[in-house]
Design a protein around this ligand. Structure first.
Ligand code: PLP
Length: 406
């Protein structure tokens, strides 16, 4: 079988625009005409390939981006959405209905957690949250009415790795779907190759990379994507989280540079992780020997992209974390902001930020301490200078004072 190389798939994309444009033309229309009424009817019924009906269903621009992302994830098809949550929520609602049950990783993006914890129960869909690294617990949580296992390849914010191949075996054994959010690790992992049934991204992050729009994508089989777009009962079609064509054209152009950006994010983050760990900071990064799931990560990864741009650091107290982030921002190391995958470094303390939907008790159980900072390292050209500023900041806030070192 031909080895799937996601970067090569991106490189080999060849889309031309009208008039020989080197980028595909942007479809500036919400609706589309038909020469024959019969073709319109066929399109409604999903039987007219290559015809466009209405841009909430799909548009040529969204089609190009979807095609590109399906190639990247090695799935038959994909469907882009207006945000990451606009991809996640229709998938969940397509697969689980009233009376059904979901097994989810307990360490997922706060919005996905809140949707499963607070929103879906209103429609009688219950979720059991488990430690996704404990495969026995995952399997034990499955009930006769369970419809899916939901996880992130690399979890937000704790950087726990889901063993997609083993989770897929469990899902198949019980006849349920494995849904994987791969937002933190595009190109590094190809979850569909490892057995995931549905792969989701928030395009807002690394894939777009310029923090100027939100976006999402669902990658899966032709059947599942067509079901989502079905005009009668498809969750994407009927809930309507559609991406605008102007935005999808832009994201497609940014996707072209994703491989080189990921390599640079990884190179910079590896450098900082090694130096800061040596300085005595408690750092979690998959490229370090101290990363608890290093062997699994190495086995699962597409190694040419490195270990990614996400890193966590434990500053021990909430107060220290705040001082550190404010000092870093003053020195223009990056921005105190949620989100990730940007060309500038971004940082926040997830306990009170992106994971604030998770209760303090749950946070303690999963090991999310108040002093934990999540960083998305940028594309800095001079990473040594960045490191020096980080070290200076730690010294300035008194982090190395003996009373803080136990
Ligand atoms: N999945 C992960 C892992 C995320 O970090 C986020 C947002 O931070 C989302 C999904 C949601 O994406 P969006 O903000 O584009 O809706």
């Amino acid at each position: 079988m031909k080895k799937h190389n996601p970067a090569k798939e991106i490189q080999d994309l060849q889309f031309f625009g009208e008039f020989g444009g080197v980028n595909p033309s942007i479809s500036d229309s919400a609706t589309y005409t038909f020469l024959k009424a019969k073709t319109m009817l066929d399109t409604f019924e999903g039987n007219a390939d290559g015809c466009y009906l209405y841009s909430r269903h799909t548009s040529p621009s969204n089609h190009y981006l979807s095609l590109a992302l399906a190639k990247m994830e090695n799935t038959e098809a994909a469907n882009v959405a207006g945000s990451g949550m606009g991809a996640i929520t229709p998938v969940i609602l397509q697969l689980a209905h009233a009376g059904d049950h979901i097994v989810s990783s307990r360490t997922i993006y706060g919005g996905s957690y809140a949707f499963l914890k607070n929103w879906t129960p209103k429609f009688n869909i219950e979720t059991s949250f488990v430690d996704i690294t404990d495969l026995e617990k995952v399997e034990a949580a499955i009930k006769p009415n369970t419809k899916m296992i939901y996880a992130e390849t690399l979890s937000n914010p704790l950087l726990e790795l889901a063993d997609v191949a083993e989770l897929s075996k469990i899902a198949k054994k019980h006849g349920i779907k494995l849904v994987i959010d791969n937002t933190f690790s595009p190109l590094i992992f190809s979850p569909a190759n490892l057995g995931a049934d549905v792969v989701i991204h928030s395009l807002t992050k690394f894939i777009n990379g310029t923090n100027d729009t939100v976006g999402g994508v669902i990658c899966s089989t032709n059947q599942f994507i067509n079901d989502l777009k079905n005009v009668n009962d498809g969750s994407s079609m009927l809930l309507g989280p559609v991406m605008d064509s102007l935005r999808s054209a832009q994201i497609l152009k940014n996707l072209r540079t994703l491989p080189i950006r990921m390599i640079q994010h990884s190179k910079n983050t590896q450098y900082l992780a090694e130096r800061l760990e040596k300085d005595g900071l408690k750092v979690k990064y998959p490229g370090l020997a101290s990363y608890p799931q290093k062997d699994l990560y190495d086995k699962m990864m597409n190694s040419e992209f490195g270990y990614g741009g996400m890193i966590t650091m434990d500053l021990k107290t909430g107060e220290m974390a705040t001082k550190f982030m404010e000092t870093l921002q003053e020195k223009n190391v990056g921005y105190l902001a949620v989100s990730l995958g940007f060309y500038k470094t971004l940082f926040n303390a997830p306990g009170k930020g992106t994971s604030s939907e998770v209760s303090a008790e749950e946070q303690a159980k999963m090991g999310l301490s108040e002093g934990l900072i999540r960083m998305s390292i940028g594309l800095d050209f001079d990473i040594e200078a960045t490191y020096k500023k980080m070290k200076e900041s730690l010294e300035e806030i008194g982090f190395f004072k003996p009373e803080l070192q136990n």
